[in-house]
Design a protein around this ligand. Structure first.
Ligand SMILES: NC(=O)c1ccc[n+]([C@@H]2O[C@H](COP(=O)([O-])OP(=O)(O)OC[C@H]3O[C@@H](n4cnc5c(N)ncnc54)[C@H](OP(=O)(O)O)[C@@H]3O)[C@@H](O)[C@H]2O)c1
Length: 235
């Protein structure tokens, strides 16, 4: 049986590395704002997760049925935005947008996909070290709150869906050299206080996500795995 991965954020470097890592036994359908079909060879659904009136959650079940997808083996929530500023400078709109993309979209995605999940399904939510630590470079209350919310969501769902055999785990990356990783002017400082003395690569997060999606982690659920080179030892 084809293993289907449904994911947000699959257009990111981590998402593209994940699809490569999973290999030809998996097919993937991505939710994305952009028409970049080269990044979604198996299929995609246009979705602006920041827009509360976007109808992606209604469209997704139709898309799955149209494509004859009867079972989903893997779900990842990798989409993210960050507003890094002091709380006084964070507008309510920035707060809502961050929570919408980083947290609420995961809740909606999993709610919609539940009928396609069974004992052979695994969910991976992508949090961040910012869920429990503030970078010395500056505060990011909305981002930290959203990323911490993903941990609460995953652990509640791991307990709720465990009896059905559905596994739910979290990876919490540290500072990466791609995407929303640190600006060049602060990157070397963060690398210096990372135990492994370097930033991480997208593929290093993707490999852990692929492990959590696969059989190798069949007895893991409710786990929160830092993938941060030891950054959380001295942030
Ligand atoms: N880079 C790091 O250092 C780091 C560290 C810790 C955690 N993370 C986490 O890793 C994940 C990927 O981040 P990245 O660094 O690779 O950043 P990125 O390259 O900016 O990727 C962000 C992803 O989020 C999606 N996205 C953003 N806003 C969206 C919206 N309104 N609707 C739909 N999708 C939206 C984008 O999809 P489309 O453009 O296709 O719509 C894109 O795939 C995020 O959850 C981030 O918090 C990254």
């Amino acid at each position: 049986m084809t293993k289907w991965l449904i994911g947000t954020g699959l257009s990111s470097a981590i998402g593209q590395a994940l699809v490569t890592e999973l290999g030809p036994t998996w097919r993937s359908l991505g939710l994305s704002r952009h028409l970049e079909s080269s990044k979604f060879s198996d299929g995609w659904l246009r979705a602006d997760l920041a827009n509360p009136s976007d109808s992606w959650a209604l469209e997704l079940p139709k898309t799955l049925r149209e494509r004859g997808i009867v079972h989903v083996s893997g779900v990842v929530h990798l989409a993210g935005v960050v507003f890094a500023d002091q709380i006084e400078a964070t507008t309510l709109d920035e707060w809502h947008r961050t929570l919408a993309v980083d947290l609420t979209a995961a809740f909606r995605l999993l709610q919609v996909l539940k009928p396609w999940l069974d004992h052979a399904s695994s969910v991976v939510l992508v949090s961040s070290v910012d869920a429990w630590m503030q970078a010395r470079e500056g505060p990011a209350a909305a981002y930290g709150a959203a990323k911490a919310g993903l941990i609460g969501l995953s652990r509640q769902l791991a307990a709720e869906w465990g009896p059905a055999g559905i596994r739910v785990n979290v990876v919490a990356p540290g500072a990466l050299s791609t995407g929303m990783g640190p600006y060049p002017e602060v990157a070397s400082g963060i690398a210096d206080r990372t135990a492994l003395r370097r930033l991480g690569a997208a593929s290093e997060v993707a490999r852990v996500m692929a492990f959590l999606l696969g059989e190798g982690s069949s007895y893991m659920t409710g786990a929160v795995l830092p993938v941060d080179g030891g950054l959380n030892l001295d942030y």
